[in-house]
Write a protein that binds this ligand. Structure first.
Ligand code: PRP
Ligand code: URA
Length: 213
């Protein structure tokens, strides 16, 4: 599907696309699915952090003095949406080990598709941090909208959303409500079905990561 959303960045890399195809296969085991979520998390993080500010530091190489490029030390918080967002956590922290982690708990009512909030724990200085909200699935967009809104209520200004599979309905909803939030995803799928599942999708991400069903 073509991308008509100005804030949507699709990470169209062969490794990402191959790993995602394995994950979509209903015969992929829980063990493999979980490992692949972690691997794709790292590849998506690579793109979502591409604009981190840089500075330089003078170092001595074995040969000479050198103004070496280093991260400017901008503070980052990642915000996994429970449960499925937890699948991204380790992969992101492998690449950005100094990031702080805020957890936000919500589940989607299977009938109404409305998100229900149940938990929030965050670092005290979160308002001063760049925030990366992470969840494998963006379906109606209700859960991501609630997570973004809660972060904005805490004073966060620079917010990104990192997703594995997005539905056009969810991207449109988030774009209309939060045009300031860039979305990074591995794929923009076709549509939502009558049960609110993404088509072709990969099923229930939380169930497939944790082996619940
Ligand atoms: C899934 C998914 C998102 C949400 C997406 O979580 O991980 O959080 O649904 O749907 P939406 O865009 O329509 O809100 P779910 O509520 O099933 O909980 P889980 O992570 O515990 O499986
Ligand atoms: N949540 C999921 O885990 N999968 C979907 O397809 C939609 C919402």
């Amino acid at each position: 599907m073509s991308n008509q959303f100005p804030t949507l960045h699709i990470v169209d890399h062969p490794l990402v696309q191959h790993k995602l195809s394995v994950m979509r296969d209903k015969n992929t085991s829980v063990k493999d699915f979980r490992a692949l979520v972690g691997e794709i998390a790292m590849l998506l993080t690579y793109e979502a952090t591409r604009d981190l500010p840089m500075t330089t530091r003078t170092i001595e190489t074995p040969i000479c003095s050198y103004e070496a490029p280093v991260l400017a030390g901008k503070k980052l918080a990642i915000v996994p949406i429970l449960r499925a967002g937890l699948g991204f956590e380790d992969g992101i922290l492998t690449l950005v080990p100094s990031a702080r982690v805020a957890h936000i708990g919500m589940y989607r009512d299977e009938e109404t598709l409305e998100p229900h909030f149940y938990f929030l724990k965050y670092p005290k200085d979160i308002a001063g941090r760049d925030v990366l909200i992470v969840d494998p699935m963006l379906a109606t967009g209700g859960s991501a909208d609630m997570a973004i809104t809660k972060m904005k209520e805490l004073g966060c200004k620079n917010i990104k959303l990192m997703i594995l599979v997005a539905a056009p309905e969810g991207v449109k909803f988030i774009y209309e409500r939060h045009p300031d939030v860039d979305i990074y995803c591995a794929a923009l799928d076709d549509h939502l079905n009558e049960n609110g599942y993404i088509v072709p999708g990969l099923g229930d991400a939380g169930d497939r990561i944790f082996g619940t069903k």
